[in-house]
Design a protein around this ligand. Sequence first.
Ligand code: 5GP
Length: 192
Amino acid sequence: MKRKGILFIISAPSGSGKTTLCTRLVESVDSLYRSISMTTRPPRPGEQDGMDYIFIEKPEFLKRQKKNEFLEWAKVFGEYYGTPKKHILHMLKRGSDVLLSIDVQGAMKIKRLKLDAVYIFILPPSLEMLRERLVNRSTDSKKAICERLNVAKKEVACSHKYDYAIINNKLELALDSLRAIIIAERCKTGRS
Ligand code: 5GP
């Protein structure tokens, strides 16, 4: 039985553990490919070009945006982020499932494209815990943490627009839920 690939879209407030979850997910689920976004944000310590993101300068991003090279793009915390379109559409066409880890603005843009996609929202256990995680991460200033928490509140208020919501209280349990969603979606009769 042949089917087209499924687009899995995961959004979460900054500091919810989404990156760790997505990395563990693609490591443990067969034939699930993570799309690498392009961004104008500078790399954080330990981040690798082409692995975590494709880091590009703003004029280059805007040039690509003008040429319609992104499936979606958004400005997040003053920096541009975009999902390269060509490779993803090719993967979906050949039947591979693709995981996008993008913000709420980007997810809502993809919804408007009416692609066959599954929307998953990761919730932090509480805003207080989210604040703690952002402080412990030590990558953001006090002002940036406040800004991230304000955006987080707005993003959480959009979680009902997603097909699934998972609370990331315990990493392993959240990972189990993500795997279960992927397996169930792959088994849906309408897709084969
Ligand atoms: P960070 O700078 O912390 O890695 O990411 C900031 C936010 O941008 C996160 O919510 C992340 O999911 C989102 N993001 C990363 N890549 C993309 C993308 O290609 N498109 C959109 N819309 N958001 C992205």
